[in-house]
Design a protein. Structure first.
Length: 499
């Protein structure tokens, strides 16, 4: 067996009354890829955070290269050779790309407190070039770059000095196909170099494909360590949720079922630089899916339909009343909901409670004249949080303290609360564990039955095929095909139209 690099034994972490990790022992070995899986809130990020020096354990010991290891900070862990790619944005606004890349290591670029910025920028440029990020200017503010570029800058930084341990927390779900492939390449390269790798992911086929062994956590407790053929999606799913997974995952029918009535119509929509001449009708009770690569323009199409981007040409019209959508105030007023892909940044208000986040878009529903009863607010928040199975102490807890996937659920709960008639969903199950994923699919089916329409974008072909009545494919900003729901529709049919 490969040599152990780090051992964390009998680890515990409590946040107030929350027992996030309870008595978990984990070993990271040379050239070995260990997967860490479990439902949202099962303690995966907490366990990795302790190894990466984010905070100390409540109890437990760690040994690194045979010596006792007690990192006082993330920087200390990094200096020791442990790199952590976090689930959320790991770079800091208000600083340049180069400053972000060498945060805490500026000393190595100067003497006596003076940092040689020229050398710092030159070194940053070198690292960026080596990592396929030649288009990034290290002297620019980091905010100038997209979420994906920032993640890749963070990744490049983590590899600028050869690490002994690399921890990758839910990074692939937020990236385009190209970004994901780059991460897979890095994993293969690092494995060959003998780095110990820890991967956290909700994509169980990805885990099966990448990992040598897989640890299952449930409610902060160790459940099993899997090897070989035991590492398969069915087995992992069952161990994660503690029971057989019942019923179908996607829709069981293969008919294209929806009303004839058109509820929304997009005509010749164009946004310069993003997409051209997109037209479609959305029917009552229809799930209309858009499929393509992440940069094909489909995310921008959804934003434009919601009124968050102003089209260069074309229009979006609601059949009822002939309302034209020009901005988000109009769309929300006419009962359109929008669940963005990047939920942390675009629609979760982190410094306030779960309750405030959930009721934010529905205050009209519980308002009596000018009064809003705190009880009604709490009731609504509790109901919605229950539907989405948000793992929390209470709805009064701060949103920022939730696990990554539970934050995502709160955003969905917020929109579900407001009685919308059209749901625009951008990658609705991103970062969400398998159990609740199935629940979102059942909700979408309920919507259909109630005559509510769904416009959805997904990067998972199986999700589109499994749920949509109709799929429109896009490539390089253009509509390339349309498929009606059918039993014979395959992933290959769609892929052919998108790459
Ligand atoms: N800073 C914090 N304060 C309070 N509670 C926290 C804090 N960080 C995490 N928790 C709680 O600890 C538990 C475990 O969270 P953790 O982030 O480790 O889950 P996870 O397995 O990474 O889930 P996900 O798949 O959703 O990312 C959750 O109940 C979460 O709400
Ligand atoms: Mg997490």
């Amino acid at each position: 067996m490969a040599e152990t690099i780090l051992k964390a034994e009998h680890m515990f972490k409590e946040f107030g009354a929350t027992k996030a990790v309870t008595d978990v022992t984990i070993e990271l070995r040379q050239g070995t890829v260990l997967g860490l899986v479990g439902e949202n809130g099962s303690g995966k990020s907490t366990l990795s955070s302790m190894i990466a020096g984010v905070y100390p354990p409540t109890k437990g010991q760690m040994t690194y290269m045979g010596a006792a290891y007690k990192p006082g900070s993330v920087l200390e862990a990094r200096k020791a050779g442990i790199q952590y790619l976090t689930q959320e944005q790991g770079t800091i606004d208000g600083m340049t790309v180069a400053e972000n890349m060498f945060l805490g290591e500026e000393d190595s670029f100067g003497k006596g407190g003076m940092v040689n910025m020229r050398r710092l920028i030159a070194r940053a440029k070198e690292i960026l070039n080596e990592n396929g990020l030649a288009h990034v200017d290290p002297s620019q503010p980091i905010e100038k770059y997209s979420f994906e570029d920032r993640k890749m800058i963070e990744t490049a930084r983590s590899l600028s000095k050869q690490p002994d341990i690399l921890i990758i927390d839910e990074t692939t779900t937020a990236l385009s196909k190209k970004g994901v492939e780059r991460i897979y390449e890095i994993i293969a390269e690092q494995k060959a170099k003998g780095t110990a790798i820890l991967i956290i992911s909700h994509d169980l086929s990805e885990v099966q494909h990448l990992c040598d062994e897989v640890m299952i956590l449930r409610d902060g407790v160790f459940i099993d360590l899997l090897h070989g053929d035991d590492i398969n999606p069915d087995n992992m799913r069952q161990k994660m949720i503690g029971r057989e997974f019942e019923g179908s995952y996607y829709r069981a029918d293969f008919e294209c079922t929806h009303g004839d009535e058109v509820v929304l119509s997009a005509k010749h929509l164009t946004v310069d630089g993003a997409f051209r001449d997109i037209s479609f009708d959305l029917h009552k009770g229809e799930i209309l899916g858009f499929g393509g690569l992440s940069d094909c323009g489909m995310h921008e199409v959804l934003k434009t339909v919601f009124g968050a981007i102003k089209p260069t040409h074309g229009s979006v019209t609601l059949t009822e009343g002939g309302i034209k959508i020009h901005n988000t105030t109009t769309s929300v007023k006419h009962k359109i909901a929008y669940i963005p892909k990047d939920r942390d940044k675009e629609s979760l208000f982190q410094p306030t409670s779960i309750k405030d986040n959930i009721v934010a878009s529905s205050l009209d529903k519980i308002r009596k004249w000018i009064y809003i009863s705190p009880r009604a607010e709490r009731k609504m928040a509790n109901e919605q949080a229950k539907i989405m199975e948000v793992k929390m102490q209470s709805v009064m807890q701060m949103a920022k303290d939730l696990s990554g996937g539970n934050k995502q659920k709160v955003v969905i709960a917020k929109w579900l609360a407001n009685d919308s008639r059209i749901f625009i969903m951008d990658c609705p199950t991103r970062g969400i564990d398998v159990g609740v994923k199935a629940k979102i699919y059942r909700l979408m089916e309920d919507f259909k039955k109630q005559g509510i329409s769904v416009l959805m974008v997904s990067e998972e072909m199986m999700e589109l095929i499994g749920m949509a009545d109709r799929i429109i494919t896009m490539k390089d900003g253009r509509q390339t095909g349309e498929f009606m729901r059918s039993e014979s529709l395959s992933e290959a049919d769609i892929i052919q139209k998108i790459i």
